[in-house]
Design a binder for this molecule. Structure first.
Ligand SMILES: Nc1ncnc2c1ncn2[C@@H]1O[C@H](COP(=O)(O)OP(=O)(O)OP(=O)(O)O)[C@@H](O)[C@H]1O
Ligand SMILES: [Mg+2]
Length: 595
């Protein structure tokens, strides 16, 4: 079964890696060690418990040897009673310690998952916008949800389970050697065979696991996309098509899940068969040895008991190796999402107010082939009201994204008060900018909280003032709970224009040097637009206003007008644009004299 959407480009998480032929992935180990290191004491304790557990299983085997010896050689009732008692105590302690160990490891697992999750989430948020445009929300959710759990399980497998089983194994084999070296040789000879089988299974299991995780995240991608856009799905009657898409993704998921499950479940029977063959051979050898007087029945019973006990660590070890593959697969997907952020520290911070923003021969291309912006030189000064006009797709939003530092310039420089933005701390630059984007995002919280996101320190009074400045008054008066009204997921309980006004209030709630408005007033009715534009006029002396629109109404509220055409910016006068728009009928289409 081949997967049509399988892709190995670096803009997508890796799906599988045919090159890596090793069962232990060094990069993966390094990643897991970061999280294991601070917890090495707990891991060591769990290891110590495992050694005690191994000792107890040895004690059990030894007790069996003593009981059988007493039975066959006429031991006293007291001796038999004593060893039966020892065996019982060993069993009880064994169970108790196992419960304790499980609890300790589960807590550790939860803590490590939490740490990896936070690190990954923080990085994903910091990643450049370009990263986010290549991956669906659901896929990232799957990465943070499912892959993190698998990776965390790997820390326990690698730094605890993987060592516990050999410890028990060595203890039991040691005891067998002590009781009867020839019999124990059989166990050792069959070990490489088991190891070869497990290695073979593990490699295949990892590939299946990676494909499974890849499909799991794609499935979640389809699901989240459909649910968050349910309005569009319904509007175009695409319910059946989207369900079909989900179903076909699910088929791949089933395929890889079956493959991974088959491979993982192979480990158990393979171990059982090899262990069974070993016990059979041991029994035959023991019979021969007893016949010739080389050993005692008690020693053989003890040896066989230990050999039966070997099954658990052997199985555990094999299972751990296979489980570890799932973790390595998850780690690869996680590390793919990490390290994409510019982690330069100590860069100079931008302090307000910023007096001047200069674009020096700036070009930009999304794909490295087609230039959206081509050699733009421009100077924007504090206190100016600049209108940026251009046809749809001309690159207005792109230009704003460069100015706000969401994308780096492909060539040329962007200077903030004469300093290259590439050498400045971009977060501090963004704090100087109030952005009202083309599709503003509101969180599922109250209007007040949504405005406060712009400045967590803002008081209720400051929030109310920002709301007033953004023209929210009439809307707040209508809502029974006023500022406390919850807006619903992505602001779905507000109209498009209302969302824009809340976003404008959010931009105005903190001191800024520049306000960037991307079609911020386009969805408002002419009267409301006029009143918001008047608010924006009032802002101008305090800051640079960069207003992008395809509506000519903003031209009456600007000092400079720029036209973006064919990747270049042309400076013109508002009157000139108004005239050419009127000539082409654009003004009427865009809503009459008010815009
Ligand atoms: N993330 C992206 N990846 C690739 N191409 C993109 C991306 N975003 C935009 N583009 C392309 O870049 C060009 C400019 O887009 P942009 O969004 O800047 O236009 P705009 O002037 O804001 O248009 P509108 O008025 O419709 O908002 C368009 O041709 C668009 O297809
Ligand atoms: Mg745009």
């Amino acid at each position: 079964m081949t997967d049509p959407v399988h892709s190995s480009e670096s803009s997508r998480p890796p799906a599988h890696d045919a090159k890596n032929r090793f069962v232990i992935d060094r990069e993966g180990l390094r990643f897991l060690w970061q999280y294991a290191r601070p917890r090495r004491r707990t891991l060591a304790l769990s290891f110590a418990v495992a050694v005690v557990l191994a000792g107890l299983s040895g004690l059990l085997a030894w007790s069996v040897k003593q009981i059988v010896q007493s039975l066959t050689q006429g031991g006293t009732a007291e001796t038999i009673g004593l060893w039966v008692g020892v065996a019982m105590v060993a069993v009880v302690f064994n169970s108790g310690l196992e419960v304790l160990n499980r609890l300790m490891l589960t807590t550790l697992f939860a803590r490590i998952s939490q740490e990896i999750r936070i690190d990954l989430f923080r990085e994903i948020q910091d990643n450049p916008i370009a990263f986010h445009t290549h991956i669906r929300t659901g896929e990232l959710a799957s990465l943070i949800g499912n892959d993190v759990q698998s990776a965390a399980a790997g820390v326990l497998e690698t730094f605890s389970a993987l060592w516990q089983h050999p410890a028990t194994f060595l203890f039991l084999v040691g005891l067998m050697f002590y009781l009867n070296p020839w019999i124990s040789l059989i166990a050792l000879v069959l070990l490489p065979l088991l190891s070869a089988c497990v290695t073979w299974i593990s490699r295949r299991a990892r590939d299946a696991q990676m494909s499974f995780m890849d499909n799991q995240s794609k499935l979640l991608g389809v699901m989240v996309e459909s649910i968050t856009n349910v309005r569009q799905v319904k509007a175009f009657g695409m319910e059946a098509q989207r369900t079909e898409q989900l179903a076909s993704r699910g088929e791949y998921l089933i395929h890889y899940l079956r493959k991974a499950a088959l491979l993982s479940s192979l480990v158990s029977p393979v171990t059982d068969i090899i262990n069974g063959v070993a016990i059979g051979l041991m029994a035959l050898l023991a019979y021969w040895q007893i016949q010739h007087g080389y050993t005692t029945t008690g020693a053989v019973a003890g040896c066989l008991m230990a050999a039966v006990g070997l099954k658990k660590p052997m199985k555990g070890l094999s299972q751990s190796v296979v489980e570890l593959q799932r973790s390595f697969a998850a780690v690869r997907r996680i590390t793919w999402a990490l390290g994409k952020t510019d982690r330069r520290t100590g860069l100079p911070v931008v302090e307000g107010p910023v007096r001047q923003v200069t674009l020096e021969n700036v070009s930009f291309s999304y794909d490295g082939r087609r230039s959206v912006l081509d050699g733009i030189s421009l100077e924007l000064r504090h206190g100016e009201r600049v209108a940026l006009i251009g046809a749809s797709g001309a690159g207005k939003t792109t230009l704003l994204d460069l100015i706000t530092g969401f994308y780096p310039c492909t060539s040329g420089r962007l200077l903030v008060d004469g300093k290259d933005l590439a050498t400045l701390d971009v977060k501090s630059w963004r704090r100087q900018i109030g952005i009202v984007s083309q599709e503003p995002f509101l969180f599922d919280a109250s209007i007040e909280e949504n405005i406060q996101y712009g400045n967590p320190e803002a008081t209720t009074e400051q929030v109310a003032r920002a709301a007033r400045r953004a023209g929210c008054d009439e809307m707040l008066a209508r809502l029974s709970e006023g500022l406390k009204t919850r807006v619903g997921e992505r602001g779905c309980r507000l109209s498009g224009g209302e969302r824009k006004r809340v976003a404008l209030a959010r931009a105005l709630v903190r001191p800024i040097s520049i306000i960037v408005l991307d079609e911020a007033t386009s969805e408002l009715d002419p009267e409301m637009e006029e009143s918001v534009l008047r608010v924006i006029d009032g802002l101008a002396p305090e800051m640079l206003v960069l207003n992008v629109s395809h509506r000519p109404s903003i031209l009456r509220h600007c000092d400079r007008a720029l036209v973006l055409e064919d990747g270049s910016v042309r400076e013109t006068t508002p009157a000139e644009i108004q005239k050419s728009l009127e000539a082409s009928g654009e003004c009427i289409r865009a809503g009459g004299p008010h815009g």
